[in-house]
Design a protein around this ligand. Structure first.
Ligand code: ADP
Ligand code: MG
Length: 253
């Protein structure tokens, strides 16, 4: 089985990249073959896995826009394989305008590698525009990180509407993998209330694993490592290993 999962929420700072990098490494620790496709021009997933975003070449932009060989773009790290992004990807949206089937460019590219991996995780930018649309067209499922803060649900109805439209017109088999609560602070009532509200809103679709607010998760990217490698005993590391196990269990045939 090979599964492509987009990590989407058009809000910035909710834990998409943190989830992408750490879930990838945790899935790999549990024996899965994993590729991270960095699809955000900020390229934080690329650098978070220890790959230099300023020199990685070819990158996903070159694959989509310049016809570079996707196999040559894949970088193997100790934590997962990575398709690097860089800031040029920000211009891809405009450059795609004249291209036929422009929503399907990522899908076409990833189809060449899909069989090499159990999971391809696509780290999306904080918008619902053409890059994210490409990610949704290329994906079997969508994983939505939701930060346990005020306004957590804000924007989620737009996201669900977008997924519904994509399902109707571009990718009929797309499904919601689930919602992951992130940056949960056990000391606050607010976090508890938000978690309950999200669960009410998405019955049966919220992962049991909750990602705590944990400083190790915030520190790890500056070392170019996932938290499982930076501090394997931290609560953040434990949480992402648990999330990976839950995802694997959920997808067992
Ligand atoms: P996004 O990709 O949605 O913009 P990030 O994953 O980059 O969000 O997270 C935003 C910021 O919050 C980053 O500085 C990151 O290190 C930090 N962060 C993310 N998740 C956690 C967490 N569980 N605990 C502490 N800090 C976190
Ligand atoms: Mg990000």
């Amino acid at each position: 089985m090979s599964k492509t999962v987009s990590i989407v929420n058009q809000k910035g700072g909710v834990g998409k990249t943190t989830t992408c990098v750490n879930l990838a490494a945790a899935l790999r620790e549990q024996g899965a073959r994993v590729l991270v496709c960095d699809f955000d021009p900020q390229a934080n997933a690329t650098s978070g896995l220890g790959v230099d975003k300023t020199t990685a070449s070819p990158n996903i932009y070159d694959v989509l826009i310049n016809g570079a060989d996707i196999h040559k773009a894949v970088v193997s790290t100790s934590y997962s394989d990575v398709l690097p992004a860089n800031k040029a990807l920000a211009g891809a949206t405009v450059e795609m305008i004249g291209i036929d089937h422009r929503e399907h460019l990522l899908k076409q590219a990833l189809s060449q590698l899909k069989d090499d991996y159990d999971y391809i995780l696509v780290d999306c930018p904080p918008s619902l525009e053409l890059l994210t649309l490409n990610a949704l067209c290329a994906s079997d499922t969508v994983l939505v990180p939701v930060q346990c803060e005020y306004y957590a649900l804000e924007g989620l109805s737009d996201l669900l509407t977008t997924i519904r439209i994509v399902k109707r017109s571009l990718n009929p088999s797309i499904a919601l993998e689930g919602v992951v609560l992130t940056m949960f602070d056990t000391r606050t009532n607010l976090a508890m209330q938000v978690a309950e509200e999200v669960k009410r809103h998405f019955p049966g679709q919220v992962f049991a694993t909750v990602i705590p607010r944990n400083v190790r998760l915030a520190e790890a990217p500056s070392y170019g490592k996932p938290v499982t490698a930076y501090d394997s005993l931290s609560r953040g590391s434990e949480a992402y290993l648990e999330l990976a196990a839950e995802l694997i269990e959920k997808n067992k045939d």
